[in-house]
Design a protein around this ligand. Structure first.
Ligand SMILES: Cc1cc2nc3c(=O)[nH]c(=O)nc-3n(C[C@H](O)[C@H](O)[C@H](O)COP(=O)(O)OP(=O)(O)OC[C@H]3O[C@@H](n4cnc5c(N)ncnc54)[C@H](O)[C@@H]3O)c2cc1C
Length: 304
């Protein structure tokens, strides 16, 4: 029996764990990945808006967090597969069969990239499908590429790739781009970039590597194939809440609904960071919410 079990070791989970330790709570952190840090490991641009730190990328901030929590007196289990959770009872079962129980639970499971679910999307990861324009664009230098999405991330990546690629085709399922105006203006005037609005990529095609995409274009009768050697998919994020669906109040997009103390609809169950913050996900927000949940739990347990 632990005082607190924290699910997820991104900025929110690590911050909550650090605070729980300071407040004398017996704490266990469960992380499904091999390593802690969450989305920070996917941030390949400089991060200059987290106060007190200027970092070349997210990993640098992750390393600072990991160094500060390394010797802390809480248990951290990585590579953990959660099989089920009874949220009301605060009882968790791991895929290994192990059962865990706590007085309070903090859900800090963050977000994952939305996927298209089309043929070729999984098969060609790192074989033409790249993770990041900032990190991987040299791999695609001199090649024709397709970027899928209509928001800031898709637009920014298309512009980055256009610096090194002869053609960049941006496929957006809506009529208008959602990206900020500064990006869309550059997209429409860039000589290498073509935007296909109201269009969808239906398949990513190739033998060993990406060779083409099949596009269904708004207004066209038939899908057509376009030769490309690179693909980058940026169609947004979704909260990691499948495992608690039906047990906690979620909004229509699956984010956990919380109050000002990060409390959820179930007593002594808290949610912190991006998983409960659809409007303003940030490192600072995640770290702050983790601290709030830990302090509230400590106050409640002391009262008991
Ligand atoms: C490209 C990019 C650039 C960004 N730039 C900035 C920036 O400049 N400034 C800024 O403030 N923010 C930035 N962010 C956002 C910032 O990274 C997030 O707001 C922050 O990481 C959220 O932390 P979190 O702990 O809530 O979630 P996450 O970082 O998503 O961490 C969640 C953790 O939970 C784990 N997990 C999920 N499900 C389970 C489960 N069932 N069991 C166990 N573990 C689980 C995940 O593996 C992960 O480690 C950026 C994000 C991206 C992707």
């Amino acid at each position: 029996m632990h005082d607190v079990i924290i699910i997820g070791a991104g900025p929110a989970g690590l911050s909550a764990a650090r605070w729980c330790e300071e407040l004398g709570l017996d704490t266990l952190v469960l992380e499904q990945a091999e390593d802690v840090g969450g989305q920070l490991l996917s941030v390949h641009n400089a991060v200059e808006n987290y106060l007190g730190v200027r970092a070349a990328n997210g990993r640098e901030i992750r390393d600072l967090f990991a160094a500060q929590t390394k010797d802390c007196d809480f248990d951290l289990w990585t590579n953990v597969e959660l099989d089920s959770i009874d949220v009301k009872a605060k009882r968790l079962t791991l895929r290994s069969g192990e059962e865990l129980q706590s007085i309070a639970v903090i859900i800090a499971t963050g977000l994952r990239r939305r996927t298209l679910g089309i043929p070729g999307e999984k098969e060609f990861v790192d074989r033409g499908i790249i993770e990041s324009g900032a990190r991987d664009r040299q791999q695609l230098a001199g090649k024709d590429v397709c970027v899928i999405g209509g928001g800031d991330a898709a637009a920014e990546n298309a512009l980055m790739l256009a610096d090194v690629c002869p053609t960049v085709t941006l496929v957006n399922r809506s009529r208008k781009m959602r990206a900020r105006r500064e990006f869309t203006e550059q997209l429409h005037t860039h000589h290498c970039i073509t935007v296909f609005p109201e269009s969808n990529v239906r398949r990513i095609i190739g033998k060993d590597r990406v060779e083409a995409v099949e596009i269904e274009r708004g207004g066209a009768i038939k899908p057509f194939q376009m030769a490309v050697q690179g693909v980058l998919i940026r169609i947004g994020w979704m909260p990691n809440t499948d495992f608690i669906r039906g047990q906690l109040e979620l909004d229509e997009n699956g984010y956990v609904i919380v109050g000002s103390q990060q409390e959820t609809s179930v007593a002594n169950v808290f949610a912190t960071g991006d998983v409960a913050n659809p409007l303003a996900p940030t490192i600072a927000g995640a770290v702050g919410a983790g601290a709030t949940a830990a302090k509230v739990i400590a106050q409640r347990l002391q009262k008991k």
